[in-house]
Design a protein around this ligand. Structure first.
Ligand SMILES: Nc1nc2c(ncn2[C@@H]2O[C@H](COP(=O)(O)OP(=O)(O)OP(=O)(O)O)[C@@H](O)[C@H]2O)c(=O)[nH]1
Ligand SMILES: [Mg+2]
Length: 305
């Protein structure tokens, strides 16, 4: 809470980095709730996802973005454009890199672009996954990174274990501009529930399916009914791009889709705090990766692709 003497602050903080750097993990850690899906695979996040955290009189609106990589497909190009769009709209930028990988070619390319896109807005460096390395390497990595880019500050963190994240949060609270809060104090995310629900199912599919398949499917919430008994009935469609993929997603006697549905339903029930009936349908749609409507449903701009 604030009184009349406390100047409120608020701002957008773009979390950027290579795929798998831990951006979504950091967003969830900052918000204190799972708002953005996380997997061990690259290119999990597809669109910008806003999560909101309060730090004293400051409201921090974290913007999780898709990982930045060299795009091949139309969807990849839209994702990377969404990430840079997040930078353009931000008050502060946080670049995440992986401690054990250091200054990779991919990070170098991001730095080259960041110079133009960030302009004079502050960019902080977060060296993530410090739990995976010998601390001795961190000093030289910090030096190397700061020679490559004029970072306002460097933080060494473990997004997963919540190490070093308090210092980062404090820095951000001091750095976002003075001004009124942008969201109600108790709001955690700015993302429609139907999209959060679709993302949870996509996370479970990504965790269970191998190789290229997760990159060639999308999930949409088709219908949502709040029932009188307090439960919710949610119908979703899993679109796959190849005939052969349908059978793989269903699995032998439907066991894969059943397991995915169970895991997604459990997480949704937890998230909503009420019973959920989840119905998944798998549909073959060969051209979905080139359909504007599918991009809009994902929160992406088709014309950026
Ligand atoms: N050991 C360790 N693993 C981490 C840490 N932070 C994230 N991870 C793991 O790194 C993997 C990728 O995390 P995400 O948060 O999905 O990464 P991302 O940057 O959002 O990835 P994209 O959405 O694909 O761009 C997951 O397996 C996380 O559990 C950390 O601090 N330490
Ligand atoms: Mg992510």
């Amino acid at each position: 809470m604030t009184d009349d003497h406390t100047q409120t602050r608020a701002g957008f903080i773009a979390l950027i980095g290579e795929p798998n750097a831990g951006k979504s993990t950091l967003l969830n850690q900052m918000v204190g709730a799972k708002v953005s899906i996380v997997t061990h695979k690259v290119q999990t996040t597809r669109a910008r996802i806003r999560g909101i955290a309060m730090e004293g009189a400051a409201q921090l609106v974290f913007v999780d973005t898709p990982g930045i990589f060299r795009p091949r497909r139309r969807l990849d190009r839209s994702m990377v454009a969404a990430a840079w769009g997040g930078v353009s709209d931000a008050d502060v930028i946080v670049l995440l890199i992986e401690a054990h990988r250091g200054l990779t070619d991919g990070v170098q390319q991001i730095l080259d672009n960041l110079r133009e896109t960030a302009g004079d807005r502050p960019a902080a460096l977060a060296i993530n996954k410090i739990d995976r390395v010998n601390p001795e390497i961190l000093l030289s990595l910090t030096q190397q990174m700061n020679e490559a880019y004029p970072f306002a500050q460097t933080f060494m963190i473990s997004a997963q274990k919540g190490r070093g994240t308090d210092a980062l949060r404090k820095y951000l609270a001091e750095t976002v501009p003075e001004g009124p809060w942008l969201y109600p104090e108790d709001q955690l995310a700015d993302l429609p529930m139907r999209m959060i629900a679709a993302e949870i199912t996509r996370e479970k599919l990504t965790l269970r399916l191998h190789e290229e398949l997760p990159y060639q499917l999308t999930v949409e919430t088709e219908a949502w009914e709040d029932r009188k008994d307090g439960s919710a009935r949610i119908d979703q469609i899993v679109y796959v791009a190849r005939a052969g993929h349908k059978g793989i997603v269903l699995g032998h006697k439907g066991e894969t889709i059943r397991a995915v549905g169970k895991a997604a339903r459990e997480e949704l029930t937890d998230f909503l705090g009420r019973p959920v009936h989840l119905f998944l349908t798998v549909k073959l749609r060969e051209n979905w990766l080139n359909e504007a409507e599918r991009f809009t449903e994902m929160g992406l701009d088709f014309n950026d692709g």
